[in-house]
Design a protein around this ligand. Structure first.
Ligand SMILES: *Cc1c(COP(=O)(O)O)cnc(C)c1O
Length: 426
């Protein structure tokens, strides 16, 4: 299996090389030359009975994506390491279900991708020492730090928008020490994301170190996320007899593209609805067919505060015209008032406590018919500040998160300027 750039001007490469490069040399994102698919027989008779064994299912699902790659033989152990916590389906009323993706070490779905990327990179002695560069709107940085903490020869540099992450998220970014360096950037998440892309591009044309991106531009982060969609769609179908649709809280479009790839591979996914906050770039695109990135706006669902979603290039590659795209996905957005109201009502009426990101999906659910799985992207306790006033509750933090809150943040503050960041990297 070879991977090509969404911009079409880079050589095709194997998975390992796509993973190490992060971004293709022409600035595009890597996508497979052709999408692997499974027959309905394979899905019924092999994957369905294994829908509750994530590592085993993942190993077989990912095999064609790793064909000819040196990591292929190591897939069973990489999947054991990466998928070492569950993604349970929690059935709620009316045949809907919640896919709980927050049972990993930093309590957000990004732990799956970060752990997978870390497990892959451990197999590449040639890029050791290396620097992992990651931009975060809240959760990615913590997940990447956790996955790479104390890994010999690997340094992690996290760029986050100063003052725009929750207090708990900030602790998850800034209290590690050792090989993890947090940088509070005076700017937005989009600025952070651009700095990462610019640094990687510069390093591709004039290498100064082994610089690796850990954002969902990196295939190694995005690809493993297809596995929990495959598994949960089968588990749902087994129990309910029909294929589920998914509502996915969306920011940078990584989790959404993973779901669409799972569908493309043949897993029983009826349709996909993308839930966004007041960052409306995607919604406008679907409605007007014009892509016009906006500066990101701060909302209650901060990990989705993205005005220029990077993975749009992968979405466009999948559905090359807007009519096709519209047929496959719809977009429903929730502003802060709607997020707040959804959180309060869910808690009051159904005793369900959800994080503000997951609330955007519940807001969408109200406007849809049919049966849906809601991707629940983070543990509510991570957003106590937002949820407590909305529910009149004092939220109990899980012990590991409570310990973090007692620690003092440690970070460098910089302006959103490539030269300043490079001084720290080099
Ligand atoms: C990152 C994140 C999202 C958005 O996911 P994308 O892959 O960027 O679309 C949604 N919710 C939470 C809690 C997140 O951390």
């Amino acid at each position: 299996m070879k991977y090509v750039s969404t911009r079409g001007h880079s050589n095709a490469v194997l998975f390992s090389d796509a993973l190490k490069a992060g971004l293709a040399p022409d600035g595009g994102l890597y996508v497979p030359e052709s999408y692997p698919t499974f027959t309905s027989d394979e899905i019924q008779n092999y994957f369905m009975p294994r829908c509750n064994q994530l590592p085993e299912l993942a190993t077989t699902l990912l095999k064609p994506w790793f064909e000819q790659d040196r990591l292929s033989k190591l897939l069973p152990s990489i999947c054991e390491t990466a998928f070492n916590f569950p993604a349970p389906l929690n059935y709620i009323s009316s045949g809907h279900a919640i896919l709980e993706l927050f049972h990993g070490p930093t309590a957000a779905f990004k732990d799956f991708g970060a752990q997978f990327l870390a497990a892959c990179l451990e197999e590449f002695p040639e890029v050791n020492p290396s620097t992992i560069l990651v931009a975060t709107s809240g959760d990615t940085g913590g997940a990447v730090a956790s996955a790479f903490f104390k890994k010999t020869g690997i340094r992690v540099i996290i760029l986050y928008p100063k003052g725009q992450v929750s207090p708990l998220q900030e602790r998850q970014l800034t209290t590690w020490g050792e090989n993890i360096q947090a940088i509070a950037v005076r700017g937005t998440f989009d600025d952070c994301q651009k700095l990462v892309k610019d640094a990687i591009s510069l390093n591709t044309s004039k290498p100064f170190c082994n610089l690796i991106s850990a954002n969902s531009i990196n295939l190694g982060r995005l690809l493993p996320q297809t596995c929990y969609y495959a598994a949960s769609s089968l588990s749902y179908k087994l129990k309910m007899g029909v294929s589920p649709g998914y509502i996915i809280p969306t920011g940078n479009l990584g989790n959404a593209v993973a779901a669409l790839w799972a569908k493309k591979m043949g897993f029983p996914i009826r349709e996909i609805c993308l839930a966004t906050n007041s960052n409306l770039t995607l919604k406008h695109y679907i409605e007007t067919a014009t892509w016009s990135p906006q500066p990101s706006r701060k909302t209650l669902a901060n990990a989705m505060d993205v005005g220029n979603p990077n993975n749009i290039e992968r979405l466009n590659q999948l559905y090359p015209n807007i009519q096709l795209l519209k047929k496959e996905v719809r977009v429903v957005s929730a502003n802060d008032e709607e997020i707040g109201r959804t959180v309060s009502q869910l808690f009051k009426n159904e005793k369900l406590l959800v994080c503000p990101h997951t609330a955007t999906a519940f807001h969408a659910l109200r406007q849809l018919s049919e049966k849906w799985i809601i991707a629940s992207t983070a543990h509510p306790a991570k957003f106590a500040q937002v949820l407590e006033p909305l529910t009149d509750q004092t939220l109990e933090l899980p012990a590991n998160l409570a310990r973090l809150m007692a620690k003092k943040p440690d970070f460098i503050e910089l302006s959103a300027d490539l030269q300043s960041i490079l001084k720290i990297i080099i």
